[in-house]
Design a protein around this ligand. Structure first.
Ligand SMILES: NC(=O)C1=CN([C@@H]2O[C@H](COP(=O)(O)OP(=O)(O)OC[C@H]3O[C@@H](n4cnc5c(N)ncnc54)[C@H](O)[C@@H]3O)[C@@H](O)[C@H]2O)C=CC1
Ligand SMILES: O=C(CO)COP(=O)(O)O
Length: 302
């Protein structure tokens, strides 16, 4: 919707009925109810017209991306593929750019990430994001920036994708703390220790520290750990308060916690908060057990 301020945009939906309904009603009632599609957004389920552009934005749950890329590898060859997904592929431990590079020959991989709820962007509220691409991406930055969407460029794709993926794990932790009534001070402690874990993992995997301190890292951690709009925060809140949660809702932090723990084990990095989130979401421990384990850890230097 934001890009439509600058020209025609084609939105691809897999399901022909859903595409037709969106094209007619000018709304995605299931995913973004109440937001009207701008006039120059057209919705189609036809690959040929949807994939005609040289630049394509990929917005799907992370665990679906490998399958999508495999199915459409030939059509996507030579395109600039900009991933908006935040996660780590469980099967390979790769982020979006790694998947794109390994599954689509000749594609240029980029990541668009940072603090942004889809509903805020669609309503034209001011938003700033990180655009990461290994090669010179000034033209892409200009192409994807709009009057309400300000993009900052970097070549650090590893840092950008890890910032966006990992913050979801700590948003679940923050939601759990608030849901369990443990207070804002405890949330601030978890966010800070969570950020230290994000930095340790990202640096070990070759990211730059300044990327993690930017929009895709610190910025997105703050947004997701403090907003009830976040699905990751809301899942944590439900876990903390003992309420139910709709399993159909996309919550990237659950799979990411699993993938992150596997990565940390391989690289021998300590991530106690993420380990608790993984154990909690896999229903291996209770909220009070998680808190006791974290509080009983040996005292150490900051
Ligand atoms: N919703 C938000 O505010 C934001 C979401 N993201 C990220 O974007 C990604 C997608 O999230 P949402 O759009 O919110 O999830 P969602 O669950 O609301 O929508 C997912 C969309 O992907 C489609 N999809 C599912 N499997 C697919 C496949 N195999 N091939 C093609 N399309 C497929 C679905 O039909 C649906 O339209 C996630 O990684 C999320 O972290 C990033 C920033 C903001
Ligand atoms: O990534 C997001 C905001 O930057 C969206 O967060 P949720 O997936 O937790 O809703």
């Amino acid at each position: 919707a934001s890009l439509a301020q600058k020209g025609p945009v084609t939105l691809w939906a897999r399901d022909p009925d859903q595409a037709k309904a969106m094209q007619t009603t000018r709304e995605n009632t299931r995913r973004l109810a109440g937001v009207k599609l701008p006039a120059n957004v057209s919705v189609t389920s036809e690959i040929a017209s949807a994939f005609a552009s040289d630049t394509l934005l990929l917005a799907m749950p992370m665990q679906q991306m490998a399958g999508f890329l495999n199915s459409h590898a030939e059509t996507l060859t030579g395109k600039t593929l900009v991933s908006c997904s935040k996660g780590i592929d469980l099967a390979t431990g790769q982020g979006p750019t790694g998947l794109i590079r390994s599954l689509v020959q000749g594609a240029r991989a980029a990541v668009l990430t940072g603090p942004s709820f889809a509903a805020d962007i669609a309503r034209g509220l001011p938003t700033a994001l990180t655009l990461a691409c290994a090669d010179h991406s000034e033209a892409l930055q200009a192409e994807l920036s709009t009057p309400t969407l300000r993009l900052y460029r970097t070549t650090d794709t590893t840092g950008a994708e890890l910032g966006g993926a990992l913050k979801n794990v700590y948003a679940i932790a923050a939601g759990t703390v608030i849901g369990a009534g443990l207070g804002d001070s405890a949330r601030a402690a978890l966010m800070t220790r969570g950020f230290a874990e994000m930095l340790r993992v990202a640096l070990a995997l070759g990211a730059r520290a300044e990327t993690l301190s930017g929009l895709s890292g610190f910025g997105d951690l703050v947004l997701t750990c403090t907003s009830e709009q976040s699905r990751n925060f809301r899942l944590g809140y439900a876990l903390g308060s003992g309420a139910g949660f709709d399993a159909a809702i996309t919550v990237e932090g659950v799979a990411t916690a699993k993938a992150l723990n596997a990565l940390a084990e391989r690289h021998q990095i300590e991530i106690p908060v993420a380990a608790m989130v993984n154990a909690l979401t896999q229903q291996e421990i209770s909220v009070s057990e998680a808190m006791q384990i974290l509080l009983a850890r040996p005292l150490k230097e900051e």
